[in-house]
Design a protein around this ligand. Structure first.
Ligand code: 5GP
Ligand code: MN
Ligand code: MN
Length: 323
């Protein structure tokens, strides 16, 4: 079967489509989901983006909240989905408390770009060479011959920009930039988008940053940096955990640091770990040891212990694997 037909057939005769972004959503999973939402609406589908988490405040301008419903809202509708599309989720744990939705329908299309993807879908559109899911969705829309209008282009640009660190990271390819150029040609206001995404931080996030930077520790001759976001820091600065994206970059961007570790305290014994690598070290290998995953230079996992124990466990693991 030709690839083009394959994707067309995937959507043919399916009316009710659920889109599932990953928990603790970021610009790629939301931008990609919104782009798909608009695109599938053009095919006259009934589309439901289901998510129970709060969105990062810098994505407000996408007006995503008006397109997202919770599992509770969805259940009230008593709708049987014909297709479920997961976006940017390397395994079903990334769906959190919505993973049960996969039992409603075995027709699951897994769209992802993580090399650690477990291919849990019936259909797996997984390309670890893609800089963002937004790139995969752009190509899918081309194959489906769906016109990429300004709304779709804006959402896809958000996906590409946020997952490439504004086109700085090594996952950025000539294709990424060609797609970005095409999106700009659709007439999107990329300067406005960048201002909304990156120059629009809540003041409390900046205040939180001062506490986070005070927690900085350097290990292994300054090659590994650790920072904390504790519950107390979040409470003191009145900021939601959904607005802590990007903070790890301050640890990663220190001269001489190869690896950055951010420990976020969700609850007493639930620590969300973010890992970043600047050079060759593959942090997804470390994340996988703790049931997580991600990319070579950006990965994550959850450790169920105190924040100090989580740090020590991670330091021991890095010690064994550090050259
Ligand atoms: P972040 O540190 O920004 O939360 O995530 C960095 C990268 O690692 C993202 O691509 C994200 O999808 C992935 N990641 C983060 N946490 C987890 C996790 O618990 N499990 C898996 N499989 N991937 C994760
Ligand atoms: Mn993501
Ligand atoms: Mn992504």
């Amino acid at each position: 079967m030709k690839m083009n037909n394959y994707y067309l057939e995937l959507f043919e005769g399916r009316k009710n489509i659920i889109i599932l972004p990953h928990i603790l959503p970021d610009g790629d999973t939301i931008g990609s989901s919104i782009a798909l939402f608009y695109a599938l609406k053009k095919l006259e589908k009934r589309v439901y983006i289901i998510l129970n988490d709060k969105l990062p405040s810098n994505l407000k301008f996408l007006n995503a909240n008006s397109k997202i419903i919770t599992t509770e809202d969805f259940e009230k509708l008593s709708i049987k989905p014909d297709l479920i599309i997961t976006v940017d989720s390397s395994d079903t744990d990334r769906l959190g408390d919505r993973a049960y939705l996969l039992d409603l329908c075995s027709e699951v299309l897994n769209i992802d770009h993580h090399s650690t993807n477990t291919n849990y879908g019936k259909y797996n559109l997984v390309n670890s060479k893609a800089a963002a899911c937004g790139e995969i969705i752009y190509e899918l829309l081309k194959k489906l011959k769906i016109y990429i209008d300004k709304n779709i282009a804006t959402a896809l640009y958000v996906a590409l920009s946020t997952d490439t660190g504004s086109f700085k990271y090594s996952n950025t390819t000539p294709l990424t930039l060609r797609i970005a150029a095409d999106l700009i040609e659709k007439g999107i206001d990329f300067s406005f988008i960048n201002t909304e995404l990156y120059q629009n931080k809540p003041i409390n996030k900046i205040k939180l940053l001062s506490d986070v930077l005070n927690s900085l520790e350097l290990h292994f001759d300054g090659k590994l940096a650790v920072i904390y976001v504790t519950n107390d820091m979040l409470k003191k600065n009145k900021i939601d955990i959904s607005d802590t994206d990007g903070i790890i970059e301050y640890a990663r961007d220190i001269e001489g640091v190869n690896i950055a570790v951010l420990l976020k305290e969700f609850s007493d014994n639930t620590i969300k770990v973010s890992l970043r690598s600047k050079y060759d070290f593959d942090v997804s290998i470390i994340a996988k040891k703790f049931g997580g995953g991600g990319h070579k230079k950006a990965a994550g996992c959850t450790i169920y212990d105190t924040i100090d124990n989580a740090k020590n466990i991670l330091l021991n693991t890095f010690r064994e694997n550090f050259r």
